[in-house]
Design a protein around this ligand. Structure first.
Ligand code: DQA
Length: 142
Protein backbone atom coordinates (compact mmCIF):
# COMPACT_ATOMS: atom_id res chain seq x y z
CA UNK A 1 0.00 0.00 0.00
CA UNK A 2 1.26 3.48 -0.84
CA UNK A 3 0.24 6.12 1.71
CA UNK A 4 0.81 9.84 1.24
CA UNK A 5 0.20 12.40 3.96
CA UNK A 6 -0.59 16.11 4.17
CA UNK A 7 -0.02 18.52 1.29
CA UNK A 8 1.28 15.81 -1.02
CA UNK A 9 -1.94 16.14 -3.03
CA UNK A 10 -0.52 19.52 -4.12
CA UNK A 11 2.79 18.37 -5.56
CA UNK A 12 3.39 19.40 -9.13
CA UNK A 13 2.36 22.94 -8.13
CA UNK A 14 3.74 23.07 -4.59
CA UNK A 15 7.36 24.38 -4.42
CA UNK A 16 8.37 22.63 -7.68
CA UNK A 17 12.02 23.53 -7.08
CA UNK A 18 11.90 21.30 -3.97
CA UNK A 19 9.25 18.70 -4.80
CA UNK A 20 9.41 18.55 -8.61
CA UNK A 21 6.83 19.00 -11.35
CA UNK A 22 5.18 15.58 -11.30
CA UNK A 23 1.72 15.37 -9.76
CA UNK A 24 0.71 12.78 -7.18
CA UNK A 25 -1.39 11.04 -9.86
CA UNK A 26 1.74 10.80 -12.09
CA UNK A 27 3.66 9.26 -9.19
CA UNK A 28 0.89 6.86 -8.21
CA UNK A 29 0.50 5.67 -11.82
CA UNK A 30 4.25 5.01 -12.04
CA UNK A 31 4.10 3.06 -8.77
CA UNK A 32 1.14 0.98 -9.98
CA UNK A 33 3.10 0.10 -13.15
CA UNK A 34 6.24 -0.75 -11.19
CA UNK A 35 4.39 -2.90 -8.64
CA UNK A 36 2.37 -4.71 -11.33
CA UNK A 37 5.55 -5.43 -13.29
CA UNK A 38 6.82 -7.15 -10.13
CA UNK A 39 3.53 -9.10 -9.79
CA UNK A 40 2.12 -7.08 -6.89
CA UNK A 41 -1.16 -5.20 -6.54
CA UNK A 42 -0.90 -1.78 -5.00
CA UNK A 43 -3.44 0.60 -3.50
CA UNK A 44 -2.58 4.32 -3.40
CA UNK A 45 -4.15 6.69 -0.86
CA UNK A 46 -3.54 10.26 0.30
CA UNK A 47 -5.01 12.27 3.16
CA UNK A 48 -4.32 15.54 4.93
CA UNK A 49 -5.70 14.06 8.18
CA UNK A 50 -3.58 12.11 10.64
CA UNK A 51 -6.49 9.98 11.90
CA UNK A 52 -7.43 8.92 8.38
CA UNK A 53 -3.83 7.82 7.71
CA UNK A 54 -3.93 5.77 10.93
CA UNK A 55 -7.28 4.17 10.00
CA UNK A 56 -5.86 3.09 6.63
CA UNK A 57 -2.79 1.62 8.33
CA UNK A 58 -5.02 -0.36 10.75
CA UNK A 59 -7.25 -1.79 8.02
CA UNK A 60 -4.83 -2.49 5.16
CA UNK A 61 -4.86 -5.99 3.75
CA UNK A 62 -1.59 -5.46 1.89
CA UNK A 63 1.75 -7.12 2.59
CA UNK A 64 3.66 -3.93 3.31
CA UNK A 65 3.52 -0.15 3.34
CA UNK A 66 5.42 2.62 1.54
CA UNK A 67 4.73 5.92 3.27
CA UNK A 68 5.50 9.58 2.80
CA UNK A 69 3.90 11.09 5.88
CA UNK A 70 4.78 14.66 4.81
CA UNK A 71 5.21 16.98 7.78
CA UNK A 72 3.73 14.33 10.12
CA UNK A 73 7.06 12.54 9.64
CA UNK A 74 8.60 15.06 12.03
CA UNK A 75 5.76 15.41 14.53
CA UNK A 76 3.61 12.29 14.77
CA UNK A 77 4.10 9.49 17.29
CA UNK A 78 0.67 8.06 16.49
CA UNK A 79 1.57 7.15 12.89
CA UNK A 80 4.68 5.09 13.77
CA UNK A 81 2.71 3.53 16.65
CA UNK A 82 0.03 2.46 14.14
CA UNK A 83 2.67 1.11 11.74
CA UNK A 84 4.25 -0.97 14.51
CA UNK A 85 0.88 -2.26 15.67
CA UNK A 86 0.06 -3.88 12.30
CA UNK A 87 3.50 -5.57 12.14
CA UNK A 88 3.99 -4.91 8.42
CA UNK A 89 7.26 -3.98 6.72
CA UNK A 90 7.47 -0.23 6.13
CA UNK A 91 9.62 1.76 3.70
CA UNK A 92 9.71 5.53 4.14
CA UNK A 93 10.04 7.87 1.17
CA UNK A 94 10.54 11.62 0.77
CA UNK A 95 10.83 13.63 -2.42
CA UNK A 96 13.37 16.01 -0.89
CA UNK A 97 16.48 15.22 1.12
CA UNK A 98 15.11 16.00 4.58
CA UNK A 99 18.66 15.98 5.99
CA UNK A 100 19.90 18.96 3.98
CA UNK A 101 16.86 21.14 4.77
CA UNK A 102 15.72 22.94 7.94
CA UNK A 103 16.79 21.24 11.17
CA UNK A 104 13.17 20.48 12.18
CA UNK A 105 13.01 18.14 9.17
CA UNK A 106 16.04 16.13 10.27
CA UNK A 107 14.06 14.05 12.76
CA UNK A 108 11.84 11.31 11.39
CA UNK A 109 9.83 9.27 13.88
CA UNK A 110 8.91 6.93 11.00
CA UNK A 111 12.59 6.06 10.51
CA UNK A 112 12.68 4.59 14.01
CA UNK A 113 10.38 1.78 12.84
CA UNK A 114 10.98 1.53 9.07
CA UNK A 115 13.19 -0.93 7.23
CA UNK A 116 14.78 2.01 5.46
CA UNK A 117 14.25 5.38 3.85
CA UNK A 118 14.70 6.78 0.35
CA UNK A 119 14.89 10.55 0.18
CA UNK A 120 16.21 13.27 -2.09
CA UNK A 121 15.62 11.63 -5.47
CA UNK A 122 12.24 13.21 -6.24
CA UNK A 123 9.44 11.21 -7.87
CA UNK A 124 11.61 8.22 -8.86
CA UNK A 125 12.20 7.65 -5.13
CA UNK A 126 8.66 6.28 -4.84
CA UNK A 127 9.33 3.60 -7.45
CA UNK A 128 12.61 2.76 -5.76
CA UNK A 129 10.79 2.47 -2.43
CA UNK A 130 8.15 0.13 -3.94
CA UNK A 131 10.88 -2.01 -5.46
CA UNK A 132 12.85 -2.09 -2.19
CA UNK A 133 9.75 -3.12 -0.22
CA UNK A 134 8.85 -5.87 -2.71
CA UNK A 135 12.42 -7.15 -2.68
CA UNK A 136 12.26 -7.25 1.12
CA UNK A 137 8.89 -9.07 1.17
CA UNK A 138 9.95 -11.57 -1.51
CA UNK A 139 13.08 -12.44 0.44
CA UNK A 140 11.46 -12.57 3.88
CA UNK A 141 11.15 -16.34 4.04
CA UNK A 142 14.27 -17.28 2.05
C1 DQA B 1 8.42 15.67 2.46
C2 DQA B 1 9.37 16.40 3.40
C3 DQA B 1 8.63 16.96 4.60
O1 DQA B 1 9.53 17.66 5.46
C4 DQA B 1 7.55 17.94 4.14
O2 DQA B 1 6.83 18.43 5.26
C5 DQA B 1 6.67 17.37 3.11
C6 DQA B 1 7.25 16.56 2.05
C7 DQA B 1 9.11 15.20 1.17
O3 DQA B 1 8.55 14.36 0.47
O4 DQA B 1 10.20 15.70 0.83
O5 DQA B 1 5.46 17.60 3.11
O6 DQA B 1 7.91 14.52 3.12
Amino acid sequence: MLINGPNLNLIGNRDPSIYGKKTLIDIENACIKRANSLNYDIECVQSNHEGQLIDWIHTTKHAGIVINAGAYTHTSIAIPDALVSVELPVVEVHLSNIHNRESFRHISYISKISIGMICGFGAIGYELAIEALIHYIDNLHK
